[in-house]
Each structure stands twice: as structure tokens, then as C-alpha cells.
Design a binder for this molecule. Structure first.
Ligand SMILES: [Zn+2]
Length: 448
């Protein structure tokens, strides 16, 4: 039997197992769901990988209290390279229960797709790993390691903190981060670029307290007006983000994000235009993007005829690979301070920064993955960017400087990850499992 036939025959089992895993409500927030749901999901993953040769599979408690499933499976050749397989078993909460057309924790087939929370992100990727390894059987000529974490979605960073202190446990030559997806069903892609970010809160103070806008308005310095003027410098008339010192002209070299697709995905209202001079991909993956997340000032209801003495805004600046968070932070702070009018007092608190990530695409693992995807799908593997960040990728890159980090998975755009009515295309599980199996064969062969 060919590898493709092997994977195909494993699909009924894949569906059964995905249904078991989706039924576990493994939202890593004990205020929303009992912690036992996550414990059961961890145990489920541990047992499945122990069954296929990860004899030492066990749980490691990470600094945020979540448990990661860790294991390894050596091959007979001690010189063989090591591949680390990553996924996470925790899921986003269902959010608006009423918006789900099927029960969120019951895998349900509708029009050929399988619906359920986590069906794609990331339980579908766990099933992908299992199917790939089962299809290969004993015939895997690389050393395998596994880490399936339990708190990716909460952003509490348990595994990120754990990795540097346990570097040998997860050390590998190639790291397959299975938590992204293809450009579309049937169109293979690796995610090669993730944005970093700088979050700041800027506070403006101008007066000791509120003063009547009739008696004082005019000459009195208005903190809210000052803040608005400062925030306005972050964009030009076309909507380009304009932070002096950051390059807002770069172009995206990988696969494009089709404009119509983006307009539909983002839910633009009729007649509302996209921002910026560049393409959607340029704006999303190659250039800085400032977003004002919130403003503290009197709400309309309850506001009075007073000049506002103090106002604050939280700003989120996304940055592409090639820009460090330190330089972005310095540029943003300098611009906000420089733009403050009338001598108002400005304080800026930096809340969080994150590094952008760029995968290397010239190593043996990337080439093996590209060839495997092309063999599985009959189409070349495209390079995608992602607008958000996966901080763990940077941790892997810094902890294992020589390792290749490759981001793939079953989370294509129709999967609606993090939203109600999440689903997975079974064909993506099948084709990506085949891709991963072919990758392991090719990568092993390359090293000989
Ligand atoms: Zn995920």
C-alpha cells in the first residue's frame, strides 16, 4: 500500500479520535470550565502517543500551572536528525453559544466539513500528527520528539517560560509548529512570517481638574484634544501607519492575500475603503500597523460641559520581521512625545513587547517540507504571513539557534478558528498528514 492509501484508510479513525478530543471542553480557564477537562485532554494525548511508541510520554507542569505532554521516540540510527512535533490541546472558549449552528463540543459533519471548537485549532493538528505517524508505522528514520501544550490560547506563556530552562528535553534539528494552515483548502502553504508588537498606554495631563468649558474653554489646554492630536500623527490621509523611523513602504514577497477575500473576512461595510498605499499583504505582513485599542476619557453619557484635564489611550503597534520591538518602541515613544502640543504632561507606560518571527526557508527541513507538500497536493507550497504573533516560535528560535522552525497545519481560512462555528476540512487533515509523513521520509533521506 502507498503512503497515501495508508493515510486514507486511517481517516475513519481520525474522525472518531477528533470527536473524542473535541468532546473534551479543554478551555484552559478554570473560571469557565472545570480543570478536569484539560486534564482529560492531556491524558488522552499522552495515551495516544504512548500507543505509537512515545514510551516515555509524560506530563510536564509549566510555570503557569498548565501541563504539557512531552515525549520522544528514537530511531535505530543515533546519527539521524531529530524532529520536534508541536501542537496544543487547549481551545478557545465557544464564545457566543447562540451563534453556533451545531453543538460546539460535539464534532458534527455539515456539507463535508467537521464542526466543533478546536476541530482545526489545534486538535485537528494533533490528529494530523497521529495519522502521519501511524501511516509511516515503524518506518521513520528520524528521532522524534513531541510537545503538546495546554495553555496556548490563554496567552499565559507557560511553555514559553518552560522551554529555555529545559532546552535539552525538546532540542531538535527541525521543529514542526502545527498551529497554522494553508492559503485555502487544497493549496499548501507554510507560514514564514509573524508580526511582533509593542503595546503602550499614553497618558496626557493638562489641568489640575475639570473646568467649565464656558468659563475656561478656548484658552484652557484640553488634554483630550492634545491626545487626539498626538494619535492623529500615527496615520496619514491614506491610512498608512506613519511612525517616523519605521519603514512603511516594504512589500510582501510571498503569496498574496486576495483583496476581495480580505474585505469579506474583515467584514467591511459597503463603501468603506481599505487603508494604505500597499496591497493587503503589504499592509498586513510587511509594514508596521498602529491600532488605538482604547481611550480613557469621559463617556458621552455622563459627560458635562467641562474641559477634560486628563486622557489616556492604549496603542497596539504591530511590526513586521526586520524591525525589533526595541527600535519600534523607541520610535513610537519619540513620536508621541514629539507630537504632544501645548506643553501638556505626557507619561507612557510600555505594557508588552513581542518579537516578530521570520522562518528560514533555505534549510534542508524547509526544502523537504516544500517537496512533500507538492507531492501530496500536486501544487507548490506557498509562503504566507500571519498578522498575529506566536511568541513560542521566537522562544524556539532563540533557544535552538540552529533549528529550522516550520509552521504548517489544518487551519485554513474557512476553519474560522477562535470564532463560533469553527470547523475543519477532513481533506486537509488527510492531505496534511500525508505531507507530514512524506516530509519525515524526505528529511531523513536528505541527511544520509
Ligand atoms: Zn492554535
Amino acid at each position: 500500500m502507498t503512503l497515501r492509501e495508508n493515510v486514507s484508510q486511517l481517516m475513519p479513525q481520525a474522525r472518531q479520535e477528533l470527536a473524542e478530543l473535541v468532546a473534551l471542553r479543554s478551555v484552559a480557564d478554570p473560571r469557565q470550565f472545570p480543570a478536569t477537562e484539560c486534564e482529560q485532554a492531556a491524558r488522552w494525548v499522552l495515551d495516544k502517543f504512548a500507543e505509537i511508541g512515545f514510551a516515555d510520554a509524560h506530563l510536564e507542569v509549566t510555570p503557569d500551572g498548565s501541563a504539557a505532554v512531552v515525549g520522544s521516540r528514537a530511531c535505530s540510527d543515533p546519527q539521524a536528525p531529530t524532529v520536534l512535533l508541536y501542537a496544543h490541546y487547549d481551545v478557545q472558549p465557544p464564545l457566543d453559544d447562540a451563534a453556533w449552528r451545531t453543538p460546539p463540543f460535539e464534532l458534527t459533519e455539515v456539507d463535508g466539513r467537521w464542526y466543533g471548537r478546536g476541530a482545526a485549532d489545534c486538535k485537528g493538528n494533533i490528529i494530523m500528527h497521529l495519522a502521519a505517524l501511524r501511516a509511516l508505522g515503524e518506518d521513520v528514520a528520524v528521532n522524534l520528539k513531541l510537545v503538546v501544550e495546554g495553555s496556548e490560547e490563554q496567552g499565559t506563556g507557560g511553555l514559553e517560560e518552560f522551554v529555555p530552562g529545559h532546552a535539552d528535553l525538546l532540542r531538535a534539528d527541525a521543529i514542526i509548529v502545527a498551529d497554522t494552515g494553508n492559503a485555502a483548502v487544497g493549496y499548501p502553504a507554510a507560514t514564514v512570517s509573524l508580526r511582533g508588537m509593542v503595546n503602550v498606554v499614553v497618558t496626557v495631563e493638562a489641568l489640575r481638574s475639570e473646568i467649565h468649558s464656558g468659563m475656561f474653554g478656548g484658552p484652557a489646554p484640553d488634554a483630550l484634544a492634545a491626545l487626539v492630536a498626538m494619535l492623529a500623527t500615527l496615520r496619514d490621509a491614506h491610512g498608512n501607519t506613519t511612525v517616523t523611523g519605521l519603514d512603511s513602504t516594504r512589500r510582501w514577497e510571498g503569496a498574496p492575500y486576495p483583496t476581495e477575500q480580505f474585505i469579506s473576512d474583515a467584514g467591511l461595510l459597503d463603501g468603506v475603503q481599505l487603508l494604505g498605499d500597499g496591497s493587503v499583504s503589504d499592509m498586513l505582513w510587511a509594514r508596521p500597523a498602529a491600532t488605538i485599542l482604547g481611550i480613557d476619557c469621559p463617556p458621552v453619557l455622563g459627560s458635562s460641559a467641562a474641559v477634560v484635564p486628563r486622557a489616556a489611550a492604549r496603542i497596539n503597534l504591530r511590526i513586521p520581521p526586520g524591525t525589533t520591538p526595541e527600535e519600534a518602541e523607541a520610535a513610537l515613544l519619540a513620536q508621541l512625545r514629539g507630537a504632544a502640543p501645548w506643553g501638556v504632561h505626557v507619561t507612557i507606560e510600555v505594557e508588552a513587547i513581542g518579537n516578530p518571527f521570520e522562518a528560514s526557508t533555505d534549510g534542508p527541513a524547509y526544502h523537504a517540507m516544500a517537496a512533500a507538500a507538492e507531492e501530496a497536493y500536486g501544487r507548490p507550497m506557498a509562503r504566507l504571513g500571519q498578522g498575529g504573533s506566536i511568541p513560542l516560535c521566537t522562544v524556539f528560535q532563540q533557544t535552538y539557534p540552529g533549528a529550522e522552525v516550520i509552521l504548517i497545519g489544518v487551519e485554513e481560512p474557512l476553519a474560522l478558528i477562535h470564532a463560533p462555528n469553527e470547523s475543519v476540512a477532513p481533506s486537509e487533515i488527510e492531505d496534511m498528514a500525508l505531507t507530514e509523513a512524506l516530509f519525515l521520509q524526505r528529511y531523513a533521506a536528505l541527511q544520509r
